[in-house]
Design a protein around this ligand. Structure first.
Ligand code: ZN
Length: 205
């Protein structure tokens, strides 16, 4: 650990001036490295790494999204991916006349309260769909144990040919050596070594 105080730096990527971030570091070299990593880029891609003393007060970071948005930064809406900018209106002295429609919650920015609500509703439906899939597999294959489930979107959907499984559960059953898969709307996929056991257990007439 360095005992030098950490300070704010603004790191910009070359040829992508829309991609910048604020990082906190004790020197410019480590700021550049941290910025490149945060922006998913290489050291050489960093065009500029400058001190940003206005953000020192937020050390060790992160700078709240609301502060950055008010300073003219833009972000992608976590719900619908549209660009979120400061859409509040101000009078000549800079006082807020009307609050913007964007909402910041924890480490996510939403374009509006409605978009946040839609995102949350969809997340709750995804959880409910996962629970329904678990129940379905446990009912179809008594004694099975769910390992993990994956549901794309907010409802159970059958996979389309050529596209990956949209709703899938991985499970084991008594005596099985490997994981079996259940693809919603399609059926169970069982490894060769467990197939005989699976058929005798669940497919007997
Ligand atoms: Zn949105």
């Amino acid at each position: 650990m360095s005992d030098k105080p950490i300070k704010a730096y603004k790191v910009d990527l070359e040829s992508h001036d829309a991609f910048s971030c604020i990082v906190f570091a004790s020197n410019s070299a480590s700021a550049r490295r941290a910025g490149a990593s945060e922006l998913d880029a290489c050291w050489e891609d960093v065009e500029l790494c400058r001190r940003a003393p206005a953000y020192d007060q937020y050390a060790p970071g992160p700078v709240p999204y609301g502060v950055l948005i008010a300073d003219g930064w833009w972000f992608e809406c976590h719900g619908c991916t549209q660009t979120v900018i400061d859409d509040s209106t101000h009078d000549a002295d800079g006082a807020v006349l009307q609050e913007g429609t964007y909402v910041v919650r924890a480490q996510h920015v939403f374009c509006s309260q409605e978009c946040l609500a839609r995102h949350d509703a969809s997340a709750r439906m995804n959880v409910a769909a996962q629970a329904a899939l678990i129940e379905l597999v446990e009912t179809k294959f008594p004694g099975s144990k769910i390992d993990s489930v994956y549901v794309y979107g907010d409802k159970l959907e059958a996979s389309e040919t050529g596209l990956g499984a949209l709703s899938i559960a991985y499970f084991t059953f008594p005596g099985a050596q490997g994981l079996a898969e259940y693809r919603f709307g399609d059926g169970a996929y069982v490894s060769r070594m467990d197939l005989e056991l699976f058929e005798s257990r669940y497919c007997a007439a």
